[in-house]
Ligand binder design. Structure first.
Ligand code: NAD
Ligand code: TDX
Length: 336
């Protein structure tokens, strides 16, 4: 059997590294070789890949997805692309959108150009890992994949633009592009700038946590195992040119989530500071997952209470991982 050679961009980040560890782990598919292309920005951490470093099918290349020469050489050597690399934090995009457009839109275009040259029509698979945030906010109900895009933050707008550019390469050139749009992920190795890891690490240090606005914004929290499961179904069984929502986690207001985090970390509501709201803060996200469920057999497996308890334990036991990241992670009041 010939190996499937997969180029994973952004594979040193939170979700990308979990994808790589899963595929090259004991329960991963046979015959897969993976090259990670990662710029190792503040969010990229080569230590996230330590468990697979000795795997014969693994390679890490430090490089930028906007660097056409590096991308061209790597795409030529691979059969498929799973594209995670992105600037991913909404608050940073409010401080400045340029890097988000450069990486998230420009980098995707560079990869698509190389895929056209080396894979072309009917060959290769290009999985564009996107987000539920491209749809904007929804007060009730859930978005199907056909819902018009209405992103609020510069981050979400850059992801929406990248999705459209990628899908256009399917329609125009027949490139096998498949887009996934997932809800909020949680789990271990999550950079401590996002709500769950920021709050856990601050509470473990006995500090206060900043809750934006009235704390009634709603998110659907999905464990990284289930996101990876969804991406794998799309990579291996999805259809070219299609978009697949991934979600079906646990829908909570931020206040409900914070209450669970306080309990898990042994802190009380006196540790919570209500701070000014995020600009353009989306009230609620909710994806309709009927398509991936019916077509590909997707079903989220990780129970939220178990997943959250495991996540808090991981941060308790892995201070060496997050303590050096604290300064890079905390943006302070500037973003609000
Ligand atoms: P992350 O910020 O933890 O990781 C991003 C990775 O991309 C890092 O390793 C970083 O070094 C790398 N990177 C950034 N710019 C690069 C460049 N120019 N060239 C090469 N590498 C570069 O992000 P994450 O949370 O793991 O998200 C991964 C993907 O999943 C993103 O595309 C994001 O939009 C999407 N997504 C995230 C979530 C979530 O809840 N975190 C939900 C849905 C979709
Ligand atoms: O300090 C905080 N206080 C707070 O109240 C932070 C960092 C966040 N929040 C709120 C804002 C959101 O309502 O918590 C909620 C979750 O915030 P984030 O963790 O920043 O996630 P979100 O903005 O929902 O975006 C995430 O999910 C979709 C990821 O960061 C994106 O990359 C992904 O596409």
């Amino acid at each position: 059997m010939t190996a499937t050679r997969i180029l994973v961009t952004g594979g040193a980040g939170f979700i990308g590294s979990h994808y790589v560890r899963t595929l090259l782990g004991p329960h991963g598919p046979a015959g897969v070789r993976i090259t990670v292309l990662d710029k190792l920005t503040y969010a990229g951490n080569p230590a996230n890949l330590d468990p697979v470093r000795a795997h014969p099918g693994f390679r890490l290349v430090q490089g930028d997805v906007c660097d056409a020469a590096v991308v061209d050489r790597l795409v030529a050597e691979h059969d498929q692309i799973v594209h995670f690399a992105a600037e991913s934090h909404v608050d940073r995009s409010i401080l400045g959108g340029a890097e988000f457009v450069r990486t998230n839109v420009g980098g995707t275009q560079v990869l698509l150009d190389a895929a056209l040259r080396h894979h072309g029509r009917g060959r290769g698979v290009f999985v564009q890992v996107s987000t539920d945030e491209v749809y904007g906010s929804i007060p009730y109900g859930s978005w199907p994949e056909t819902h018009p895009l209405s992103p609020s933050s510069p981050y979400a707008a850059s992801k929406a633009a990248a999705d459209l550019v990628a899908l256009a390469h399917h329609r125009t050139h027949g490139l096998d592009v498949r887009v996934t749009r997932c809800s909020n992920n949680y789990g271990h190795h999550h950079f401590p700038e996002k709500l769950i890891p920021l709050f856990i690490t601050r509470l473990l240090e006995g500090r206060t946590v900043p809750l934006y606005g009235d704390g009634l914004n709603v998110r659907d929290w999905l464990h990284i195992d289930d996101h990876v499961q969804g991406i794998e179904l799309v990579r291996t069984k999805g259809r070219p040119g299609e978009v697949y929502n991934i979600g079906g986690g646990t829908e909570l207001t931020n206040r409900e989530l914070v209450s669970l985090l306080l309990e898990a970390c042994g802190a009380g509501w006196e540790s919570v500071e209500y701070v000014a709201d995020r600009k353009g803060h989306d009230r609620r996200y909710s994806v309709d997952c009927a398509k991936i469920t019916l077509e590909l057999g997707y079903e989220p497996r990780k129970d939220f209470a178990t997943g959250l308890a495991e996540t808090v334990s991981w941060y308790r036991e892995n201070r060496d991982w997050w303590e050096p990241l604290r300064q890079r992670a905390e943006l302070g009041q500037a973003v609000r």
